[in-house]
Design a protein around this ligand. Structure first.
Ligand SMILES: C[S@@+](CC[C@H](N)C(=O)[O-])C[C@H]1O[C@@H](n2cnc3c(N)ncnc32)[C@H](O)[C@@H]1O
Length: 167
């Protein structure tokens, strides 16, 4: 979509999506991925090494909001692409952090924003639904991005992702 070279991922688990992201990059591309659970980060590092991708992926361990604050302080070159896929309750905060770490033309994708249709339940008290609804409200009205949400139906059921282009 944008020829991304610098990718930021929030939520690594075993490195499955990280692998897809890293494989899509040109030879000089890099991924920084954030994971709270040290065991998941270790598994991801092993999987990435087995896939020959260790040289282009950095796994940062800790609560992602802390990692993102550190990345902002490090004053790095902006990321071209951000994939948000961690604890959904923090999605609005991840979006704000992603805006600080990107540039005009960067793309932000956030996974699992439909959640079997449960996201339209305005009376839900589920923190994941509330986080997702708030995130969708923000990207729908925030002039710093143009955004949409795309529903998906597959073997994992009915869900979707949000796609935002940074202005
Ligand atoms: C849905 S899984 C990620 C799946 C992965 N992106 C993939 O598609 O292969 C979410 C991950 O986010 C991590 N996570 C949850 N809360 C987090 C937080 N506050 N900071 C960093 N990682 C977090 C979880 O430990 C889990 O590994």
């Amino acid at each position: 979509m944008i020829g991304a070279k610098r990718v930021l991922e929030i939520g690594t688990l075993g490195g499955y999506s990280t692998t897809w992201l890293a494989r899509a990059l040109p030879a000089d591309g890099t991924v920084i991925t954030c994971e709270a659970v040290p065991h998941h980060a270790d598994v991801a590092r092993r999987n990435l090494a087995d896939s020959g991708l260790a040289d282009r992926v950095q796994v940062r361990v800790g609560p992602a909001l802390d990692t993102l604050a550190s990345l902002t302080e490090e004053n790095l070159e902006p990321f071209d692409f951000v994939f948000i896929d961690a604890d959904k309750v923090n999605n609005p905060h991840y979006f704000e952090a992603a805006l600080k770490l990107t540039r005009a033309g960067s793309v932000i994708v956030c996974d699992n924003v439909v959640r079997g249709g449960r996201v339209i339940d305005g009376s839900s008290t589920d923190p994941d639904i509330i986080g997702t609804r708030t995130f969708l409200d923000v990207i729908g009205s925030d002039p710093r991005v143009d955004a949409t949400a795309i529903q998906t139906v597959g073997f994992k059921g009915w869900d979707g992702f949000a796609l935002a282009l940074v202005n």
